[in-house]
Design a protein around this ligand. Structure first.
Ligand SMILES: Nc1ncnc2c1ncn2[C@@H]1O[C@H](COP(=O)(O)OP(=O)(O)OP(=O)(O)O)[C@@H](O)[C@H]1O
Ligand SMILES: [Mg+2]
Length: 233
């Protein structure tokens, strides 16, 4: 479904991603893990059309999409929840959700989809009329994910969704990720909390300084000490 081949991203003279290849299938949770500066966010930015890769290809459902603008990518089934959430603080919660709904192919079902999102994240219903900037960090993260879901993605790219959240909120985020898998939505999960991400994922890729150092199944990577070895070696 999503196929990244030999992707490189440079910022001026800095090589942030070096020849990365990865795939995500429908209903599959794939973790992309690695230390600070490993190139995780740059990879998502390249998939989402926010940065232009210096080489390599991004294919989505069999079509090359590199060079497409972010709006096109969002409208065609790829949703990104960026690091730092990027919600509109002065707009209400409901208005933020409406922004997500503008990326839907079928706008007529937006109201029903909003109701489904409210069922999944009751706190958003409660604060629907409040400015999003007043929400707690965990609530803003729920809003960012909810907004992405309103575009009706077939794949969701999450950049450090658990960062700075209370344990209960982290549990909720991972629960939503597992629910998406059941609905056949693919998830590419970027996390510094590698153990938690790998524990939830079907497969994982480990990046180090822009390079893929390992890819493996959930079972292989959950083996005692395996992730530690990959991080430290
Ligand atoms: N806009 C930019 N301009 C210049 N360099 C950048 C830019 N964005 C990222 N970099 C550099 O590219 C490299 C990869 O950064 P990236 O943000 O992709 O890593 P990351 O794995 O997401 O890290 P973190 O875990 O800290 O979020 C780093 O060396 C970073 O300093
Ligand atoms: Mg990052």
């Amino acid at each position: 479904m999503l196929k990244v081949t030999d992707l490189s991203v440079n910022y001026g003279g800095i090589a942030a991603v070096k020849g990365l290849s990865l795939e995500v299938s429908p209903g599959e949770i794939v973790a992309l893990v690695g230390a600070n500066g490993a190139g995780k966010s740059s990879t998502l930015a390249a998939i989402g059309g926010v940065v232009t890769p210096s080489s390599g290809s991004v294919e989505w459902e069999g079509q090359p999409i590199q060079g497409r603008p972010p709006e096109w990518i969002a409208r065609n089934g790829i949703a990104i929840v960026p690091e730092g959430r990027d919600i509109f603080a002065t707009l209400t919660v409901r208005e933020n959700l409406l922004v997500g709904a503008t990326a839907r192919k079928d706008r007529s079902t937006a109201a029903a989809a909003t109701e489904r999102v409210f069922e999944r994240f009751p706190v958003l219903k409660r604060y629907a009329k409040s400015p999003a900037g007043k929400l707690s960090g965990g609530e803003q993260q729920q809003l960012a994910i909810a907004r992405a879901l309103l575009s009706e993605p077939r794949i969701l790219l999450l950049d450090e969704p658990s960062l700075g959240l209370a344990p209960k909120m982290v549990d909720l985020v991972f629960e939503v990720v597992r629910e998406l898998r059941q609905e056949g939505v693919g998830v590419l999960l970027v996390e510094q909390n590698a153990l938690r991400a790998v524990a939830t994922a079907d497969r994982a890729y480990v990046l180090r300084r822009g390079e893929l150092v390992h890819s493996g199944s959930h079972d292989e990577l959950m083996a005692e000490g395996r992730l530690n070895d990959l991080y430290l070696s």
